[in-house]
Design a protein around this ligand. Sequence first.
Ligand code: ADP
Ligand code: MG
Length: 334
Amino acid sequence: MIHFQNIHKSYRVDGREVVALHPLDLRIETGEVFGIIGRSGAGKSTLLRLINGLERPSGGSVLIDGIDMAALDGAALREKRRGIGMIFQHFNLLASKTVAQNVAFPLRLAGDADRAAVERRVAGLLERVGLGGHANHYPAQLSGGQKQRVGIARALACEPSILLCDEATSALDPETTASVLRLIGEIHREFGLTVVLITHEMDVIRRICDRVAVLDAGRPVEVGKVADVFLHPQHATTRRFVQEYEHEDVLNDAGESVAAAKRIRVTLRGDSVHAPLLARIARGTQVDFGLIGGRVDKIKDTAYAQLTLALSGGDVDAALRGLREGGAVVEEIG
Ligand SMILES: Nc1ncnc2c1ncn2[C@@H]1O[C@H](COP(=O)(O)OP(=O)(O)O)[C@@H](O)[C@H]1O
Ligand SMILES: [Mg+2]
């Protein structure tokens, strides 16, 4: 488990103090995929780099399975870092080394002298990330997605228990992003890793994370299960991220022109998404449901539907009751 305890971090820039992280407490559970979302400059990379000791806190501590990373140095810090892999937005591969040499690099750094064992391990990792045939290629000969796969293989070289991902898909096109996220998800399950992933994209969080923290100007303003945060955002910053993803501004315009006694947002999750709830209630209560906007999609493995509806005619109160009794979360939006 990763436990940030009253941690804070400031940098001195031109004699001035820049606060990157205000004092915060946060727990990341063993084995979860934990997302951190925030705008550029929110403090995401700083928070991530505190985990593997690339940054030192100005105060407080980061406990990993009870051990304070900030209190370690020298050999003890190096040893602990071996258990933490990291991948980067711009891959950070060594251009003058082949794919296999890049993946072997952390093993050699760690003093793993058995050449044959290193080669076997590297070959296995490259096979796992789908680059079995590219061992002797150089990074410049690879696509962005392939480079990130090399980065993932390298991060796994020392058999880490934690994988840190710093905007790992931000330089990739949407299709490649999806395949790299799928690979991270598979590796998370196969190797039982704890994954901490930072991004400025809600869609990345939605696809792969179990829980998420929303970071705003060095403060976590919302922390929770992705489905809860995504479907019912509480903080203005979170709402902006969700709206960007949903293009909700367009929907709001459309909503103005639909005559209604009441506008509601209905959220269904899991099996109830596909139940014929709306039609049954419309029939039973004589309420007409006008469709203003909505989405039927998945958050990780859970299906959801979130619809903005204009209700008119019939027994609206009975319709709201019926929706809630049918397992929907109903929010009245005027
Ligand atoms: N090494 C550094 N020196 C000075 N200021 C830094 C350094 N690293 C980050 N900062 C500042 O700390 C804040 C948070 O940065 P960062 O953690 O990189 O945010 P993010 O990853 O969310 O974009 C920013 O204001 C940034 O300018
Ligand atoms: Mg960053």
